[in-house]
Design a protein around this ligand. Sequence first.
Ligand code: MG
Length: 249
Amino acid sequence: MAQAGKPNVGYDDTPFIPNSEWRVHDGRRPQPRVVTPGTESSPAAAGSPPSDAVVLFDGTDLSQWVGRDGPAQWKVENGYMEVNKTGDIQTVEHFGHCQLHVEWATPSEVEGDSQGRGNSGVFLLNLYEIQVLDSYDNPTYADGGAGAIYGQWPPLVNASRKPGEWQTYDIFFVPAQFDGEKLQSPSYATVVHNGVLVQHYQEILGPTGHGGAPSYDVPHPPEGPIKLQDHGNPMRFRNIWVRRLESRD
Ligand code: MG
């Protein structure tokens, strides 16, 4: 695909996002405003999960995760896990409507740029990527920055911390519902990045992907694994937990 404007920051020949003036990964889409997040309560140590959470990673082992060919192989040390080019990992258990807390850090030594710099991702249902990226002074297409619903919705603001600093996502996810082949209600995500709202009960346009227009053409179950992406950068994660939510009747 050809890239628009400056090299490596976007595209001008991808499909239009449904009901949008912007193309997928549009290089002309405005960059989100930069907001400096408040200080971390404890930069050195992860917090602890609430009492009703399913703990997915407490800093010691990957027993809740599987990799491509069996047990997850990411490196675990010093209370965090680190991506090591052994592929994506996903949870053994499946989750749907949920609250998810994830802490992550991009490499303190900056390498690459745009999508090649500190890239990972948190996937709900293994289908919907909340982008993880080193977006600190790192221009890329707006719908691919940290906190973006990848390829659809830029974050409302860019609340990124500096490379190497621990960052937090608190994600509130409502899965799409289908009646047979027919979409009944779309997925929604709320995302808080370092204490700053970056997606506000945002309607998602379909499973995310690179370069294609999203749609709900293919029905999916209401639950699925949570996946963390190995995009080749040595990203770190810690203190991951999830709470199952129920609809209020
Ligand atoms: Mg990614």
